[in-house]
Design a protein. Structure first.
Length: 250
């Protein structure tokens, strides 16, 4: 069963999680010839769904978190609804494209595979991608981010986080594999934006539950000390790891 780890920090997730580059969407569309219906599974607040909306007649965007869905950006052709990734209730043979952004590692893989194959049209494209921690050209900041990720909140990550550390190369992906490609999310962030992003991490919420204080508060003081003098915003880049395939109905 897919997990709901983001309802508590849904506001931070909606405000501070980065969006995806248009080049990634263009790459998915290069394989997607029919564009009637797409399913954005585990949509969160609809970041991927909104980017797909101009290209499809209808987007069905699902998530297990009602709080996340309540913060989703409305579009006339996006239908947001609560549903498990592995058990949707959709009719058979519905979708031309299935996307899973920053969430596939939380799924029960065999059950989701069965459901995806059931609701896909013949030849449906399926794409799952994730991004890891951000990096900048200023190494003192990179060191603080890596230390926070691995040491401070490292013990509080769920076991599934390892799939991201493995760049999605170890996830079960039993579909006809298509060529992947390297992408990145590039942002220009202030200290507030970077700290807000950390507050959206599930590991931070687990840390708070266990220790009764927020580790981001101490990190933010260290970031302020390391932040280059006179610089309001810094460029950060997130590497994207993509798995893409075609669903064969035979």
């Amino acid at each position: 069963m897919s997990k709901d780890l983001f309802s508590i920090q849904a506001d931070a997730y909606a405000r501070y999680r980065p969006s995806y580059p248009p080049a990634l969407i263009d790459y998915l569309l290069s394989f997607t010839k029919a564009r009637q219906r797409a399913w954005d599974c585990a949509t969160g607040n609809g970041q991927a769904a909104v980017l797909l909306a101009p290209y499809f007649e209808t987007i069905i965007a699902t998530d297990t978190s009602e709080k996340q869905l309540s913060l989703a950006v409305p579009e006339s052709n996006i239908v947001y609804q609560a549903a498990k990734a592995e058990q949707t209730g959709f009719p058979d043979n519905q979708f031309d494209l299935i996307t899973v952004a920053q969430a596939y590692h939380w799924f029960t893989f065999a059950a989701f595979e069965k459901e995806a194959k059931r609701v896909a049209k013949p030849g449906c494209i399926i794409a799952a991608w994730c991004y890891n921690i951000p990096a900048t050209h200023f190494e003192p900041l990179n060191g603080l981010i890596k230390s926070f990720y691995t040491t401070t909140v490292g013990p509080y990550w769920d076991a599934e986080r390892k799939f991201i550390d493995d760049c999605y190369q170890t996830i079960p992906f039993n579909f006809e594999e298509l060529p992947s490609k390297q992408f990145s999310i590039d942002v220009l962030w202030t200290e507030e934006a970077l700290s807000g992003y950390f507050n959206s991490w599930s590991s931070v919420q687990h840390f708070i539950t266990a220790n009764k204080y927020n580790p981001v508060d101490a990190l933010r003081a260290r970031l302020s000390s390391a932040w280059p003098s006179g610089t309001k915003a810094m460029p950060f880049s997130f590497p994207i790891f993509l798995r893409i395939g075609r669903i064969d109905k035979n």
